[in-house]
Design a protein around this ligand. Structure first.
Ligand SMILES: [Zn+2]
Length: 309
């Protein structure tokens, strides 16, 4: 058997200061539907490979989000000078949305039903500046799994507190003719809420499966940094996603078993103690569910006795 070293590694996460706000993103269609002149240096065949899976969006700052529903359609929002168009790769969009676009391809046309739909997304409209102070990363994971699903306000507060969701999710604003702006013009980090909820569901699924599925995946990869004082080895996640992933990896390596709270409106993740079958994250949830059961039973009984009279 191989020699196993037990090396303590500290998670070192410094949150980011940045200003996040809610903006609207309107689906304009596949990038390939906008047949703008292409740069001469690339041949069309190599371009179609690059561009067929990209979606063109109009990102608008002008409508207050409280007045919008999650999904509205049809009318074209008024553009302001801050608004911009951008092309994004499919994987930055929620699967539930991307699956409605039909297959991408050089000649693909997006169905009318999804064109011009608008979505509320979160956009960082200032550069991200990292705090000097590192924080307890377990707090971030706990808060993430406790967020109410589809609650944009809670997600906004979460992102504002920790600073970045996925540092690789960037909008590069384009000029109206689809050409890139000047080199060095600002790009924007964004969070597509639907993708975050899908990601969280996937984490919950992974946690309930055998550790090998997670620990063998790229999400569990850990890169360490070294310092000259204890604990000598650090892992430095740079955004919320990486913090969550490293927390799951650590817990799985600790052979901690997880449960997902059985209360349908909680679904928090909790650590299972060995040989303990627990369905709820807390006494509170267990109690609430039994109170609800009691109420339902009483309601059924009184309903029956009313009928009997
Ligand atoms: Zn619970």
């Amino acid at each position: 058997m191989a020699h196993i070293l037990n090396i303590p590694v500290q998670v070192h996460f410094q949150p980011w200061n940045t200003s996040w706000s809610v903006v609207t993103a309107q689906i304009l269609g596949w990038k390939s539907e906008f047949r703008e002149p292409e740069p001469l240096t690339l041949t069309n065949s190599s371009l179609s490979h690059l561009t067929s899976g990209q979606v063109r969006l109009l990102v608008s700052f002008n409508r207050p989000y409280s007045k919008l529903e999650g999904l509205s359609g049809g009318s074209e929002p008024m553009r302001t000078s801050k608004d911009f168009i951008t092309d994004v790769q499919l994987p930055v969009l929620p699967k539930s949305l991307a699956s409605r676009f039909g297959p991408p391809g050089p000649d693909a046309v997006m169905p009318k039903k999804v064109k011009n739909q608008t979505y509320q997304i979160l956009l960082a409209d200032s550069p991200c500046v990292q705090n000097k102070q590192a924080v307890d990363a377990t707090r971030l994971s706990n808060e993430f799994f406790a967020l109410k699903k589809d609650n944009l306000e809670e997600l906004l507060q979460f992102i504002r507190k920790w600073g970045r969701w996925d540092a690789a999710h960037l909008f590069y604003p384009l000029k109206d003719d689809g050409q890139f702006r000047q080199p060095g013009s600002p790009n924007f980090e964004f969070v597509w809420p639907g993708l975050v909820w899908e990601y969280r569901d996937a984490c919950r699924d992974a946690i309930r499966k055998k550790p090998s599925a997670w620990l063998g995946s790229p999400q569990a990869t850990i890169n360490t940094y070294q310092q000259s004082e204890p604990p000598y080895f650090l892992v430095k996640p740079c955004d919320c996603r990486q913090v969550i992933e490293v927390s799951i990896t650590g817990a799985m390596l600790d052979k901690v078993e997880f449960g997902v709270c059985a209360r349908s409106d909680c679904r928090r993740i909790f650590k299972k103690k060995s040989n303990h079958r627990r369905a709820y994250c807390s006494q509170y949830c267990a109690h609430l569910v039994s109170v609800r059961k009691g109420r339902r039973a009483t309601a059924r009984l009184t309903g029956k006795s009313k009928k009997a009279r």
